[in-house]
Design a protein around this ligand. Structure first.
Ligand SMILES: Cc1cc2nc3c(=O)[nH]c(=O)nc-3n(C[C@H](O)[C@H](O)[C@H](O)COP(=O)(O)OP(=O)(O)OC[C@H]3O[C@@H](n4cnc5c(N)ncnc54)[C@H](O)[C@@H]3O)c2cc1C
Length: 450
């Protein structure tokens, strides 16, 4: 709710965004969270899980549209299609969306469609926008982003192998992909595929291209859906897909040959902020569940309610501090991105990308612990939430890759700070000498006892 916006950014949030934030919070709390288990029930069992589309999602989408809660993620000033919110303002909304499993989809703000719509809005030509961006923005179809491959270490995208070869007025694609999120959904109509169009280019960052491939193109096979800690995430799913002589017209290429890296880098910045703010929402939701459990009068281990056992309130307090600190890290990244764009904000985005899922996992884990056995079961949303957030330490680049880059950049100051500290040490020696003093050695006045 708008009253809870951290003071440090309050002045940057417009009245329109504050008003929308209040509507988002009410919509999530009163419509989406109660409907989360209904979605699971409507998805059903067996193969039906991959064929059905829960009707309640369409009902929620209609309600969200009526409330003006639609496509809030597209930042103001960058896209003519934007409903007019900054990254900061949408970040605050995304926190609320993160409390529910379906709120993001209900407001057409869910991954991977958000990133894919940004790719099309930013880099697509008019025909590509008309064919794919328009129905995505209307919430009529869904999409998947296919980069990761089973046979190579894909956290280094220069390794990507899927071949994209030009033959006449077509491109021919061969290779395989996995972790293609969203490919299980019967409404997923378009794949945004990254592959190698020029494997011999001397510049390893110019070998890749991004191309649009309709999901029903001949030669595409979905072999299976991957589980996440046993959850299949149906009907969305994470596909393992192969491409065998898949042909698409040359007009399906996005931006131009060799521009793949440019596109994926443009796609990931805002998405990482969205994931981070949704994770803050998931952590807040877990904290609320923990508060409910520790105040449950029916559960009194060793004769006391949980809140009366000293360690438990410490968990609550630590969770409060950690969530509030993590939120500031993300909002700082959002503000900088609004002011200077994603390229200038790489460090802050990486800080949020690494810190927030770890913080959220710690908070969710405390809530799980407070529930005892129920915490790891299907009787609370905690276990599923933990599994979802755990994947964020891998998806969009594993923590280690971001940490290595950040460490390398921080260490660039190594020489300069060493020189400064040595100079300060030398100056201290001079000052001591001038004042006829010796450096104070703690404990030096204690006579040794024999
Ligand atoms: C739930 C989920 C959804 C996903 N959705 C998508 C999607 O929609 N589209 C898509 O293309 N991909 C998706 N991914 C894939 C994800 O982006 C990759 O798994 C991730 O980039 C890592 O690539 P990899 O699995 O090939 O691991 P590898 O590249 O093989 O890396 C394995 C491990 O090596 C370590 N490592 C890597 N680099 C370094 C380093 N520099 N220093 C130290 N250690 C390092 C890390 O611990 C890393 O986890 C998804 C993944 C998950 C789990």
């Amino acid at each position: 709710m708008s009253a809870r916006i951290p003071d440090i950014v309050k002045h940057r949030v417009s009245e329109k965004a504050k008003n929308t934030l209040d509507i988002v919070a009410k919509f999530v709390e009163e419509e989406c969270i109660p409907a989360d288990p209904v979605v699971d029930a409507q998805i059903g069992e067996g193969s039906a899980r991959w064929e059905s589309h829960p009707p309640i999602i369409e009902e929620l989408k209609a309600k969200a549209k009526k409330l003006g809660l639609w496509n809030m993620f597209l930042p103001k000033g960058h896209y003519k299609e934007s409903p007019g919110y900054t990254n900061l303002e949408y970040g605050l909304m995304a926190e609320w969306l993160g409390r529910s499993k379906i709120a993001s989809e209900a407001t057409n703000c869910s991954a991977p469609d958000t990133g894919n719509m940004e790719v099309l809005a930013k880099y697509g030509n008019d025909a590509q926008k008309a064919q794919w961006l328009k129905p995505l923005m209307e919430g009529e179809i869904r999409s998947a982003f296919l980069m990761t491959e089973p046979d190579v270490a894909s956290s280094d995208a220069t390794n990507i192998q899927l071949s994209i070869k030009k033959e006449g007025n077509e491109y021919v694609l061969n290779g395989s992909k996995w972790w293609s999120s969203g490919a299980g959904d019967p409404r997923c109509k378009i794949y945004i595929v990254m592959g190698k169009s020029d494997p011999n280019n001397k510049d390893p960052y110019k070998q890749q291209s991004v191309i649009l491939v309709p999901a029903n193109t001949k030669g595409i096979t979905i072999h299976r859906m991957l589980n996440v800690y046993g959850y299949d995430d149906a009907p969305h799913g994470h596909g393992h897909i192969s491409f065998h002589n898949v042909r698409v017209p040359v007009s399906n290429l996005v931006l131009g040959e060799g521009r793949g890296f440019e596109i994926i880098q443009g796609r990931l910045g805002p998405g990482r902020i969205h994931h981070a703010m949704r994770s803050i929402g998931a952590a807040e939701h877990a904290l609320e569940w923990m508060l409910m459990r520790i105040n449950d009068p029916k559960k009194t281990p060793f004769g006391k309610q949980l809140r009366e056992h000293g360690v438990i309130l410490e968990w609550v307090a630590k969770s409060r501090i950690e969530i509030d600190a993590a939120r500031l890290i993300v909002l700082n990244a959002a503000v900088k991105m609004d002011d200077l764009g994603p390229k200038a904000t790489l460090k802050e985005i990486a800080q949020a990308k690494v810190l927030v899922p770890q913080t959220a996992l710690t908070v969710i884990d405390r809530a799980v612990q407070a529930f005892g056995g129920a915490g790891v079961s299907q009787d609370t949303p905690l276990a599923n939430s933990w599994a979802l957030i755990r994947t964020l330490r891998l998806a969009d680049g594993p923590d280690e890759v971001h940490l290595q880059q950040m460490g390398r950049n921080e260490n660039k100051r190594g020489k300069e700070v060493s020189q400064k500290l040595l100079w300060q040490k030398e100056k201290t020696e001079q000052l001591l000498k001038q004042n006829n003093l010796k450096r104070f050695q703690p404990g030096s006045n204690i006579k040794p006892r024999l």
